[in-house]
Design a protein around this ligand. Sequence first.
Ligand code: AMP
Length: 288
Amino acid sequence: MKIINSIDQMRALCRAARTNEQRLGFVPTMGALHAGHLALVRAARAQCPATAVSIFVNPTQFGPNEDFAKYPRTLEGDQKMIEAEGISLLFVPTVEEMYPPGAATFVNVEGLNDKLCGRSRPGHFRGVATVVAKLFHIVEPDVAYFGQKDAAQVAVIRKMVRDLAFPLEIVVIPTVRETDGLAMSSRNAYLNPSERKQALVLYRALCRVQTLADQGERAARQLIEAAKNVFRDEPAVRLDYVEIVNQETLEPVNDVSQGALVAVAAFVGSTRLIDNIVLLGTGHTRIA
Ligand code: AMP
């Protein structure tokens, strides 16, 4: 497998793949691949005759004091994993290729860009929407795959695709977890052994919310309070937010009878982790 660095070459190869095989799937990532990413790649492989993957640590979605510089970059291992999945289109552009000098055009999904992580990380979703729009223009996929792990990102991308009439389908893959429940994330690599244990509080809080919802609790305020109580038992972890929102609009809901997204973000040491579950409107719930 050859790594493709240039936009023109990637576009030409993707067009050729679409012509020959018709349906092109696309999995955008920032690399440091793990089983969560591979679940997306495998879904794409199962559903599309051709699949493209991108690895790009996108500077515009990181804040000035965030981890862009130290974000794990493990291209050699990633390439092997992608190759083992039978993928031949791997796009790894440089920052200069994606943002030529003077690049000044951004995609802002208004109303969503300041919700959940967008509030804690100003500009984050503008960076995400901009790079994903650009990748969609380069790859021109029929189907693009995203993880439920980043539920707010899914809402932003879905709205962008609808508002800007991108001719593609979005498929969302459930969150892949470690055996003890921790959501897989490239940032888990930052955790030392004691932080790794503390990090489980995100999952425990979500499980508590799920249990209460299963028992019939419908008030978002009560569910949020219960989640916060779980965090109080792990004082080394600093809660950023726990919110219960409409899955599409990301607006807070008071009552979860119609279904809702329960999203948490917290700092474990200096590592910011996120997780979420979806409460179903029927009265049943599941860990997504
Ligand atoms: P990232 O490399 O973190 O930008 O993630 C690339 C894609 O993989 C995004 O659509 C993520 O939502 C998805 N992803 C990351 N972690 C997981 C996971 N644990 N389970 C499912 N999808 C994931």
